[in-house]
Structure formats: structure tokens, C-alpha cells
Design a protein around this ligand. Structure first.
Ligand SMILES: [Fe+2]
Ligand SMILES: [Fe+2]
Length: 498
């Protein structure tokens, strides 16, 4: 079992780095173009320096910050850069926030959407700190770009900074305070939106940003007490706190769909029984559907017990056996009396059963289900042998048999969730077949299942530790007792709940 975490299993290849650098350059070019549009088309007064020099300065800002971000992500979050979907979604959030903020600044700097980048990223990212980091970088680029614009328009570089703080330069004071608010909002969003599936939390974030905006606005108003027109703009403050939340809520499913990302909201949607593949499973393979729901209950509890993503565990369990839709009646749980394998050669039977992992992988990819779930479908049986068919074949011939003809040809689990699904899947099937289960027998059965898989090298590429596996075993025993409404007495009398 590998000791590295799921996030670090992707080593950065030359091609991935090339793609990341190309995407960064394109993002930088878009930002430079938006800057030129804002400076030269949307301003009444034209900047006092040439357009080429402006482009050069904007490009320096964009590439210094984006290059810094890419370097940071490569060092601390290599899995984001290696997964083009995530890196592109991050860059898109930055470019979109930059463009929207610059265009809104043409109306008023009070509208510079505070926390907009964080609101997009927090819903897409698996790590909430990412939202703060991306928002901070975006807010900084916006600030320097607006500062550059102001310097170019006023041409009074030497007096800019004193005037920002002595109460004589309203605009400059506004972009400084709004940028600070933008950075504060980036810190509020990931903390307040811990549970992204709880919609009321979005209202809470909106209220918090609004409170911060109003507080800053009061400070600005007091500072510029002579400028009564400030009060006429107060409605803009309210808009700047609410619009980013609404826009991010609308954009979230678009980002998820375009980049095919795994997010909490997407995973919750995928476990809705009205999803086409689940609907098909319940109608065409009801036994498999029922088995998948039971595996999901175990997997969710196991994921929670070892600090993994419970939403992903549940969704992966729902879809792990969709490959059985190709031949539902060849699987025991969908049979009622007749078993077609009785009329088939063991090798043919093994080939049909084996195919459900690869069929599932292909079907999930074709159905635009996130790749994380498809990967688990192909990994949930690893390369395990199909002992029943191997033993049956041995009875039919004296020749040497090729064990791989009676084994799964998938991949062994490469993530903790895939490991959980492998254990819960086989445990659920074995427990269902067990007569008169009691604590001791259940415990023995699970230990046997787990030890066999360890010995057969199924967890060699899986980051699950032995301690994780022990917690998973005890969680399944506890959950099994709960499902059957009786407490399974644990050997030795100790509790199994965590
Ligand atoms: Fe399976
Ligand atoms: Fe299964």
C-alpha cells in the first residue's frame, strides 16, 4: 500500500506541463486584450502612452502573477496542474473575474465583484484553501491593472500615492478599499461555504460580504464627508455583495458540465434516482440496483470514518456495477431460478462477468459521468481471480489452465475511495449470502475478504493504510448491525463505531 495521498498520485508529465503553460499563456493574452478594451475603448480620455507599451505592461502583470500561480500549484498542488480539467477551470475563473471586474469598474469601482473568483473556485475545488489563493491572485491582478489605468489616464505618477491617503483622490481610495474587500471576501467564502450543498449557506456568505461592504463604505463616506454624492451610490454596494453570489450559482453547473468536474453538488445530483443510468439499473437490473444502494450505505460510512469524501464514495457505489446493464441476467442478483452460466463453458462465463468492469467504465465515460467515478468502476474488482469459474474449469480438463483467463482484467484501486468500494462491494455480497450472521462470523468473513485482497496485491497502488483498512472493517460491521436492526456483538466486547 502506497503512503502518498490521492492528490499526489499524478506525477507531472512533459505534456501536462506543456498544456498548463499553453493554457496560462492563453489566459494571459485574454486578460491583456480585456485590459486594452477597457483602457482604450471604454474610457472617454485616452491613455497618455502608446497601446504597445500598455500591452507590454499588462502582459508583465498578467504573466508575473499567473506564472507565480502556476509555479505555486506545481510545487504544492501538482494534482491540479496534472489534471487539465481543474487547471483550466481555475484559469477560466481568474479570466472571467478579471474581465467582469474591469468592465464593471467602468460603471463604478464599487461594483468590482468581491469574492467572485472564490465563489466559483470553492464549488469546483476539493480543497477550500484553493478558493482563497485564486481569489487573492485575481484581486491583486485587478488592483494593479486598475492602478495602471489610473496612472496612464492621470499622468501624475508622483502624486498618486500621497493623494490616495490624504482624502483628495476618491477613485484611487475606492479601488484600494474594494481590492481589500475583494481579498477579505475570498477568505470569508471558503469558511462560510464548508457545506456547498446547503443552499442557505450562500445567503449567509452574501450577508457577510454585504456587512463587510457596508462597513468599508461607511469608512469611505466618513473619510470623504464632503462628498455627499457618495450616499447616492450606496445601492451599488448592495449589488456588489449579492450579484457575485447569484452569478456564481448560475455559473457553477456550467463549469461542472464544461470541465466534467466532480463537485459536491454534482455528486448529489448523480445520486438522484431519476438519473438515466440509475433509472435503467433499477428497471433492467433491480438486483444490482439494490446491491449498489447497500454498497453505497457502507461506503459512505467508511469514507466518513477515514476522513474521505462521503459524497464521492456514495456516487461511486451507485455506479460501480452499471457495466452489468450489458448482460443483467448473467449476474446472480438479477436471476430468479435459471442461471445461464449452467449452459456455458467456464471460460465464456468468466469473460462475460469480467466485462462488466470495462463496460461500466466505457458506459460512464460515454454518459459524461466524471472520470473519478468511471475509474472506480474499472478498479472495483482489480485483477482478482474468479475462483468459481476457475474451479469449474479445472473439473472439466486435466490441462494446465491460464489463471488470467479466469481473472478480472481491470486495474487495482489507485485511490482510497476505490479501495473502500472494493472492500464494501465484496463484503456486501458475502454478507448478503451469509446464513445466521453473528458478530464473530461477520468479523471473520470480513477479515478473510480483506486479507485475501492484500495478499493478492489488490491494494499495492492504493493509498489506504492498514489502520484505514481496520477502521473500514469495523465500520462495515457496525453498519451491518444497524441495517439489520440488531447490534452485532463485536468479538471481545469492544465497540466498533467511529
Ligand atoms: Fe462488480
Ligand atoms: Fe458490485
Amino acid at each position: 500500500m502506497e503512503k502518498n495521498s490521492d492528490q499526489h498520485r499524478h506525477a507531472l508529465t512533459g505534456m501536462q506541463l506543456f498544456k498548463a503553460i499553453t493554457a496560462t499563456v492563453i489566459c494571459g493574452i485574454i486578460m491583456v486584450e480585456v485590459g486594452i478594451l477597457k483602457f482604450y475603448v471604454m474610457n472617454e480620455n485616452q491613455p497618455q502612452i502608446s497601446i504597445w507599451l500598455t500591452m507590454l505592461l499588462l502582459a508583465i502583470f498578467a504573466f508575473v502573477f499567473l506564472g507565480g500561480l502556476l509555479t505555486f500549484l506545481m510545487l504544492a498542488r501538482a494534482y491540479i496542474v496534472s489534471d487539465t480539467r481543474y487547471y483550466l477551470s481555475y484559469l477560466s475563473a481568474i479570466a472571467l473575474t478579471f474581465s467582469v471586474s474591469l468592465l464593471l469598474d467602468a460603471i463604478s469601482p464599487l461594483l468590482i465583484a468581491p469574492g467572485f473568483a472564490a465563489l466559483i473556485i470553492v464549488q469546483l475545488s476539493r480543497k477550500k484553501q484553493d478558493a482563497f489563493i485564486i481569489n487573492f491572485i485575481t484581486a491583486t491582478i485587478i488592483f494593479f491593472t486598475l492602478l495602471l489605468e489610473y496612472m496612464m489616464l492621470s499622468g501624475e505618477v508622483s502624486t498618486i500615492f500621497p493623494s490616495a491617503f490624504d482624502g483628495t483622490n476618491y477613485y484611487l481610495w475606492m479601488i484600494i478599499t474594494m481590492s481589500l474587500l475583494n481579498m477579505c471576501a475570498g477568505a470569508i467564502v471558503p469558511v462560510a461555504l464548508r457545506d456547498k450543498t446547503h443552499r442557505l449557506n450562500y445567503a449567509l456568505v452574501g450577508a457577510l460580504i454585504l456587512v463587510c461592504s457596508v462597513a468599508l463604505y461607511v469608512v469611505i463616506s466618513a473619510f470623504y464627508s464632503a462628498r455627499i454624492e457618495l450616499f447616492k451610490e450606496s445601492w451599488l454596494v448592495a449589488i456588489s455583495g449579492v450579484i457575485p453570489i447569484l452569478a456564481a450559482l448560475v455559473l457553477n453547473p456550467l463549469f461542472e458540465g464544461i470541465f466534467n468536474l466532480v463537485t459536491d453538488n454534482r455528486l448529489v445530483e448523480l445520486t438522484n434516482s431519476k438519473q438515466p443510468l440509475l433509472r435503467r439499473l433499477s428497471v433492467e437490473a433491480p438486483g444490482t440496483y439494490s446491491h449498489s444502494l447497500s454498497v453505497a450505505n457502507f461506503a459512505e460510512m467508511c469514507a466518513l470514518a477515514i476522513g474521505e469524501d462521503a459524497y464521492l464514495a456514495r456516487a461511486a457505489a451507485y455506479y460501480h456495477d452499471v457495466g452489468k446493464l450489458s448482460n443483467p441476467t448473467y449476474f446472480t442478483e438479477n436471476q430468479s431460478g435459471y442461471n445461464p452460466h449452467d449452459d456455458l463453458l467456464p471460460e465464456v462465463s468468466a469473460a462475460i462477468i469480467r466485462k462488466h468492469t470495462t463496460d461500466g467504465y466505457e458506459l460512464l465515460k460515454k454518459s459524461h459521468i466524471p472520470i473519478e467515478i468511471a475509474d472506480i468502476a474499472i478498479e472495483h474488482h482489480g485483477t482478482l481471480p474468479m475462483t468459481v469459474f476457475y474451479e469449474r474449469a479445472k473439473k472439466l480438463t486435466d490441462d494446465e489452465l491460464d489463471p488470467t483467463a479466469y481473472s478480472y482484467h481491470g486495474r487495482t484501486p489507485t485511490t482510497k475511495i476505490a479501495g473502500i468500494i472494493m472492500i464494501c462491494d465484496s463484503s456486501e455480497a458475502a454478507l448478503r449470502a451469509m446464513d445466521k450472521p453473528d458478530g464473530e462470523r461477520v468479523d471473520k468473513l470480513l477479515r478473510g475478504i480483506i486479507n485475501t485482497r492484500i495478499q493478492q496485491g489488490q491494494f499495492d497502488k492504493c493509498p489506504l493504510s492498514l489502520n484505514d483498512i481496520d477502521i473500514i472493517r469495523r465500520t462495515i460491521i457496525n453498519a451491518y448491525g444497524g441495517i439489520f436492526h440488531k447490534r452485532i456483538k463485536y468479538p471481545g466486547g469492544e465497540g466498533v463505531g467511529r
